[in-house]
Design a binder for this molecule. Structure first.
Ligand code: MN
Length: 310
């Protein structure tokens, strides 16, 4: 199996003046981050988290990879809030999905109340459980899912990335199947649009992830648009995984073994990824350009020589 089409959309909504949500839609990595904090701090926090995730080393998969990336994000946000006191207390909830196409596995890492769902055989299944006061009550059976949807304190989260020196990341792995559609979204969608509406809007979009993202965001805005709204969707289809991009081949052997590395090595692990991204494809292009120039020069010389000898 492999990742098929993907689509993502974020929208400020109708009540807020800023969008503190950020998404990552870089197959095989997908994530939604919903920032919290005064002024523009929430936006800074969610962007810092997305940046940390995007520095994932090509070839690194699994729960350990996601947990290490989210701990790295936690460190950066927390440090930023210490360095710049105007951002004190900022943080972000993050839900990230990492697909290992070769093994048909999908790792989930999450902190907070952005949710991951799967649509399989027309059924919507919530994969994550919210790290929120209401979520805890539902988990312990003191509140039904229906009561939770209407609860006045449903947006009070119990965990976030970057608000403290350390963070507890929940991770798990599921098996994917062709035909699966995955959705990650911020609470700006799920607080307004009910599960049965989500599944019918996705069905109406005929499984097209981008069209589905648009109609989900539209539905949340029609329902008031009380918060920033973000939806990231992708499908799993039949077939061989796409060949790895050229830069993956340039990664040294020990670096690709990243999932096995202890968390303390996160810094060392993320650095080569940026290196490879900056230099990998560029070098190849330069050699190609040089070869083309040499060939053109040889051809020109031959033409001139041919012209003179006639
Ligand atoms: Mn939100």
């Amino acid at each position: 199996m492999r990742i098929g089409r993907a689509g993502a959309l974020t929208d400020t909504g109708r009540r807020r003046t800023q969008n503190e949500d950020t998404f990552v839609c870089e197959p095989p990595l997908f994530a939604v981050a919903d920032g919290v904090g005064g002024a523009q701090a929430g936006e800074i926090a969610s962007r810092l988290a997305a940046t940390a995730l995007e520095e994932r080393l090509p070839g690194a998969y699994g729960e350990d990879t996601l947990a290490a990336l989210l701990r790295e994000a936690n460190e950066r946000i927390y440090q930023h809030s210490l360095d710049d006191r105007t951002t004190a207390g900022m943080g972000t909830v993050v839900t990230a999905l990492l697909v290992d196409e070769a093994h048909g596995a999908l790792a989930v890492g999450h902190v907070g109340d952005s949710r991951a769902y799967r649509v399989r055989d027309g059924q919507l299944e919530q994969l994550t459980t919210d790290h929120s006061l209401v979520g805890e009550l539902v988990r312990t059976g003191r509140l039904s899912a229906e009561e939770a949807e209407q609860h006045p304190h449903r947006s009070v989260i119990t965990r976030a990335v970057g608000t403290e020196a350390t963070v507890a990341v929940d991770t798990f792995t599921i098996t994917t199947a062709p035909g699966d559609l995955y959705l990650i979204c911020s609470d700006g969608l799920t607080d307004v649009v009910r599960d049965h509406e989500i599944v019918s809007l996705i069905a109406a979009a005929d499984g097209d992830p981008h069209a589905a993202a648009e109609s989900l965001v539209d539905a949340a805005n029609r329902g008031g648009g009380i918060d920033n709204i973000t939806a990231v969707l992708f499908e799993i289809v039949e077939g061989e995984p796409a060949p790895a991009p050229a830069r993956v081949a340039a990664v040294p052997e020990e670096a690709t073994a990243d999932p096995e590395l202890p968390e303390a090595d996160t810094e060392a692990v993320t650095a080569p990824a940026a290196e490879v991204r900056r230099h990998g494809p560029g070098d190849g292009n330069r050699w190609l350009a040089l070869a083309a120039i040499v060939l053109a020069l040889v051809a020109a010389t031959l033409l001139v020589w041919w012209g003179l000898t006639r």
